[in-house]
Design a protein around this ligand. Structure first.
Ligand SMILES: NC(=O)C1=CN([C@@H]2O[C@H](COP(=O)(O)OP(=O)(O)OC[C@H]3O[C@@H](n4cnc5c(N)ncnc54)[C@H](OP(=O)(O)O)[C@@H]3O)[C@@H](O)[C@H]2O)C=CC1
Ligand SMILES: O=C1O[C@H](COP(=O)(O)O)[C@@H](O)[C@H](O)[C@H]1O
Length: 502
């Protein structure tokens, strides 16, 4: 019997199993997140942790490899030791039964053979997803507590492979047991999108084609593959960032108001808006690939994508992509949604720009600039609204200014948890609001599969751009063609009050 529940309650033990415990994600994200949740007393008690991977590790060696990422403060040492005392590790292969039988024995031991709830985190390459999930189902499920499985991307590489994975998982688990992580859904400002839109009359009533000219959603990273191009070259930036993180943001920006905040009501609306989006074509895209910059200050910057030894030297994989999506519904018809993402660019940034239309019947001799609402996801969470004002003093000139909600200033003492902290806690709580449902995934792949296949089949050559630049110039042109106007005249005063000389 499998007893599912929605919330952790009472004294039922919880066991968190990390598959791929020896890997990069586990040491950089999963163990640190579990430690922070434990440190802040956010986990149900008792919760224990068990790592599983092929490497023969000890808890001491695991602890050592995680240490640089754990951010332990001197006064936390006692609690940190307590955390590791709750950890076990089992070495075993992913394909045979033996390792999983050993793991299950270890879990039962940790749970004193009591009823327990189990969470399985698959921090693994997709090549072993299938056999690991089969073994979990056959050997490791808690027989009376609930079981939840956290799946990391990539969820396939196109519509067919993703559907095969979904079918495989659906054959083993109920959808309520599956938590597909898109960590952008755990970020503060992404979670804020629903509130910004649906709790502000002034925004909700202008959030449409009558007022908005275009929407630009950007992800930029200032570093390249850093020698780890092997994985990236197989997937490319469209699969790595655009098809998941940026499309998730788009669906929260564009969806209709859900009936309630229930996870399925929200996800129903996300699916609905995705269904209104046409599949991308090459005309809607700009693709780029970075070249090394001889002036770069480190090896990564000097090395072009094709010079990465783990990338084939004639690779046409894009490291930069811009795609213009069209939403064919009453709210958005004619409003371009521009998604842009790239590696080895001039800065780290993720943001949403909602650009309003020009004011009709301008009386200010053409000096009026468009309003723009900027939702800065990272770094430095902020929401600012660019607007026109009369220049202060004895003048009737007008100028651009902003209403600025910078979190660092307005919420000085707030702690903004890392995306993984929120999401892993949600799994303990049984909330799937910030996880991707299988039908969302299907729609996402419907939009991107044809263009991905075309790019790969025809080996479409990306435009080169220099490491550390803003990407190909053609991307700015594409924005302009799609009703996104950059005037270059806006100046920010860094939040300081400007003083007058008058
Ligand atoms: N609360 C806060 O923290 C606030 C911060 N600010 C800061 O003020 C600065 C300016 O504000 P911002 O909103 O960016 O306003 P701008 O309109 O000046 O810039 C918008 C963006 O346009 C892009 N851009 C630059 N050159 C071109 C070009 N030739 N053609 C098309 N696009 C171009 C850049 O992004 P890209 O390279 O990605 O295309 C730039 O960030 C920013 O650093 C912003 O972070 C402003 C207000 C509040
Ligand atoms: O999923 C991914 O995201 C990271 C960027 O995440 P962030 O939280 O640091 O913005 C990106 O570097 C990676 O290529 C991609 O797979």
């Amino acid at each position: 019997m499998v007893c599912e529940g929605t919330h952790f309650d009472g004294k039922i033990p919880h066991t968190f199993v990390i598959f791929g415990a020896s890997g990069d994600l586990a040491k950089k994200k999963i163990y640190p997140t579990l430690w922070w949740l434990y440190r802040d007393d956010l986990l149900p008690k008792p919760t224990k942790f068990c790592g599983y991977a092929r490497s023969k590790l000890t808890i001491a060696s695991l602890k050592e490899q995680c240490l640089p990422y754990m951010k332990v403060q001197p006064h936390e040492h006692k609690k940190y030791e307590e955390f590791w005392a709750l950890n076990e590790y089992v070495a075993g292969s992913y394909d045979g039964r033996t390792g999983f039988e050993l793991l299950n024995q270890q879990l039962e031991l940790m749970e004193n053979k009591n009823k327990a709830n189990r969470i399985f985190y698959l921090a693994l390459p997709p090549s072993v997803f299938e056999e690991v999930t089969v073994n979990i189902k056959q050997i490791c499920m808690s027989l009376c507590g609930w079981n939840r499985v956290i799946v990391e991307k990539p969820f396939g590489r196109d519509d067919a492979s993703s559907q095969a994975l979904s079918d495989h998982l659906a054959g083993l688990f109920h959808e309520e047991q599956l938590y597909r992580i898109d960590h952008y859904l755990g970020k503060e400002m992404v979670q804020n999108l629903m509130t910004i839109r649906f709790a502000n009359k002034i925004l909700s009533s202008t959030w449409n084609r009558e007022n908005i000219a275009s929407v630009l959603i950007t992800f930029k990273e200032p570093f390249g593959t850093q020698g780890r191009g092997g994985y990236f070259d197989e997937f490319g930036i469209i699969r790595d960032v655009m098809q998941n993180h940026l499309l998730q943001i788009l669906s929260l920006v564009a969806m209709e108001k859900p009936v309630s905040c229930h996870p399925d009501d929200i996800r129903d609306e996300k699916v609905k808006v995705l269904k209104s989006i046409e599949a991308l074509t090459l005309d809607d895209m700009v693709l780029g690939q970075y070249l090394g910059n001889p002036q770069g200050t480190n090896d990564d910057a000097r090395t072009g994508y094709l010079e990465d030894p783990t990338v084939s030297n004639d690779s046409t994989t894009p490291t930069y992509a811009l795609g213009v999506l069209k939403i064919n519904n009453e709210r958005w018809q004619g409003v371009p949604f521009i998604l842009r993402c790239g590696k080895a660019l001039n800065e780290r940034k993720a943001e949403v720009r909602i650009q309003y239309q020009d004011v009709p019947g301008d009386i200010f001799e053409g000096s009026t600039k468009r309003n723009e609402l900027v939702i800065r996801v990272q770094p430095g969470e902020a929401l600012y609204f660019k607007m026109m004002t009369k220049s202060p003093g004895i003048t009737f000139d007008i100028e651009e200014t902003e209403l600025d909600l910078t979190y660092e200033h307005r919420y000085k003492d707030s702690y903004l948890p890392d995306a993984y902290e929120r999401l892993i806690l949600d799994v303990f709580c049984g909330s799937q609001m910030h996880f991707v449902r299988s039908d969302e995934l299907r729609e996402a792949w419907r939009i991107f599969t044809p263009i991905l296949h075309k790019i790969e089949r025809e080996r479409v050559r990306p435009i080169t751009y220099q490491y550390g630049s803003r990407g190909p110039k053609e991307a700015d042109q594409k924005c302009e063609e799609n009703n996104f106007k950059y005037s270059g005249s806006y100046k920010w005063h860094g939040g300081k009050v400007a003083t007058s000389n008058l």
